[in-house]
Design a protein around this ligand. Structure first.
Ligand SMILES: Cc1cc2nc3c(=O)[nH]c(=O)nc-3n(C[C@H](O)[C@H](O)[C@H](O)COP(=O)(O)O)c2cc1C
Length: 307
């Protein structure tokens, strides 16, 4: 059975995954935290925590709240910064068989471009995932990914700055995700991943105050799966790029739904907090399904539920 998928067919370097199961940024650290728990090199790709130019401590506590079928987080991009990432993590990744994708994040277009230049050509880094769910400081704090113009601007700046394959990660917190997808595709994205978390909040009724230190946060987990699935289905009708589905995937059947909706690969996020082996279990479940259905390659599965 051939489970491989090419996520950057138009890029010279390409981004060939041995299978379609990836980890979602911010839920799998730098991969190293999980490598003693199971053979993470069996996965299709590892996506690391969102990386900024400078190290960040993140938001005030509390930063995680469980909700019905979901998780609210407001980590605030706590990370070690790009210099430490290149010095401490990339040399480890360079020895792994599994490709590692660095998720990048900025407050200005220049931040994104500078990160892309810095990461270009670093051994151990196979591609960039561009997180555009961050506030655009120069535009009053609206998410870059909330409007087509700024989403395209970030994508074009990163495209110009690197020859690495770039996957742009869309936010669901926008009026028309199809419009954003078209804009980033035209601006030079090699692939699109979707979705990031949905804006949400929870209140402690006894203290009469928001449960999260930063008031609102991002909702993830099973609660968002139907939303994410519909967005993948919609975006697959308007762009001709490989899509990576993400949002509430906890078992193989969920992953297969996303692939049938048009995703070439999927990311497992919050599920890893419940079961650290979830990505591998999901991979094994996909394999089992394909075997039972007599399928020999991913092309027999991708987009098969589309009308
Ligand atoms: C604790 C936590 C931290 C996250 N950090 C990032 C991040 O740094 N960059 C990013 O693009 N997405 C981040 N995400 C979003 C996930 O990668 C994913 O898009 C989202 O959680 C939906 O998938 P899930 O329902 O499988 O978790 C984070 C999610 C969680 C729960």
């Amino acid at each position: 059975m051939n489970l491989s998928v090419q996520l950057a067919p138009k890029n010279e370097r390409g981004l060939l995954l041995a299978n379609p199961v990836m980890t979602a940024s911010g839920t799998f650290g730098y991969g190293t935290e999980y490598s003693h728990l199971f053979n993470i090199e069996k996965l299709g790709s590892i996506v690391c925590k969102g990386t900024t130019i400078e190290p960040r401590d993140g938001n005030a506590q509390p930063r995680l709240v469980e909700t019905a079928g979901g998780l609210l987080n407001s980590i605030g991009l706590q990370n070690i910064g790009v210099t430490a990432l290149i010095r401490e993590k990339a040399p480890i990744w360079a020895k792994w068989r599994v490709p590692v994708i660095v998720n990048i994040t900025g407050e200005t277009i220049d931040d994104y471009a500078s990160l892309a230049i810095t990461l270009d050509g670093v051994a151990g880094i196979s591609a960039l995932e561009v997180n555009i769910s961050c506030p655009n400081v120069k535009a009053g704090g609206a998410e870059f990914g909330a409007n087509a113009e700024s989403a395209a601007e970030v994508t074009a700046a990163v495209r110009k700055a690197t020859s690495l394959p770039i996957m742009v990660k869309l936010t669901p917190n926008t009026g028309d995700i199809a419009e954003i997808a078209i804009a980033v595709a035209e601006a030079g994205a090699d692939a699109i991943s979707l979705i990031n978390t949905l804006k949400g909040m929870a209140i402690d009724i006894n203290k009469r105050q928001p449960l999260l230190g930063s008031v609102t946060g991002g909702l993830s987990g099973p609660a968002i799966k139907p939303v994410a699935l519909a967005m993948v289905y919609e975006v697959a009708s308007v762009v001709d790029l490989p899509l990576v589905g993400c949002g509430g995937i906890t078992k193989a059947d969920d992953a297969i739904e996303f692939i049938m909706a048009g995703a070439s690969a999927i990311q497992v996020g919050t599920a890893s907090f419940v079961n650290p082996r979830a990505p591998l279990d999901i991979l094994e479940g996909i394999e089992k399904f394909m075997l039972e259905e007599g399928m020999e390659s991913m092309t027999e599965l991708i987009g098969t539920a589309r009308r």
